[in-house]
Design a binder for this molecule. Structure first.
Ligand code: GLN
Length: 195
């Protein structure tokens, strides 16, 4: 089973390292690929859309046909997706911002940069369902999840706002799990593909 990280912009190498570590820990036979083209998507079962700048990720992935192909593959049940920070904005249903159109892969809405500017970025420790230790969550110009649909499970919150959610296959996270040094969230994502 192979995994990919969308390689347009943002925290690509960090997610690749974390996925490799997670796969080793879980003794999974598979590769971690950098995804640069529409065709690359056919080689993988799970993709991470990293944090970065959602407007850039949107414009370039749309131009390369990657954006529409991800939607097709996820809707056909051939691909699971984990969106982190800018990636979460990209997979949402409604971004409340005409500069980034959400793929609508999970039923939730966001507001971009809702905690303020770069200066207002912060780190904290949060409880995540299924983990027995608090998770070091790093928020960098993070979006806020303003609505979740009925089929969405909230796995963790910060100040009562959902910050890590799943629909059972796909995941959206408003912080940066690739920067925590803790592979648990990556393992969690991989685990959803093993059933
Ligand atoms: N503020 C960025 C955006 O809206 C997201 C920030 C991030 O991914 N760290 O695209």
């Amino acid at each position: 089973m192979n995994f990919g990280v969308l390689d347009i912009q943002g925290d690509v190498s960090e997610h690749i390292s974390m996925l490799k570590m997670a796969i080793n820990k879980m003794h999974i036979d598979g590769k971690v690929l950098s995804i640069k083209t529409r065709e690359d998507l056919d080689k993988i079962s799970g993709i991470i859309i990293p944090g970065g700048e959602s407007t850039t990720l949107y414009n370039i992935s749309k131009r390369k046909g990657i954006y529409d192909r991800i939607i097709e593959l996820v809707n056909d049940g051939k691909l699971n997706v984990m969106g982190t920070c800018a990636g979460a904005i990209l997979i949402s249903k409604n971004t409340n911002d005409p500069k980034v159109i959400g793929m609508g892969l999970m039923d939730f809405d966001v507001y971009r940069n809702a905690y303020g500017r770069q200066y207002n970025s912060f780190e904290t420790y949060i409880d995540i369902e299924g983990m027995n230790e608090k998770y070091h969550a790093i928020f960098i110009r993070a979006p806020k999840i303003s609505r979740v649909g009925n089929n969405i499970k909230v796995l963790g919150t910060y100040n009562n706002d959902p910050v890590i959610i799943t629909d059972g296959k796909n995941m959206a996270i408003t912080f940066h799990p690739e920067l925590s040094g803790n592979t648990k969230i990556h393992e969690f994502f991989i685990d959803k593909l093993r059933v």
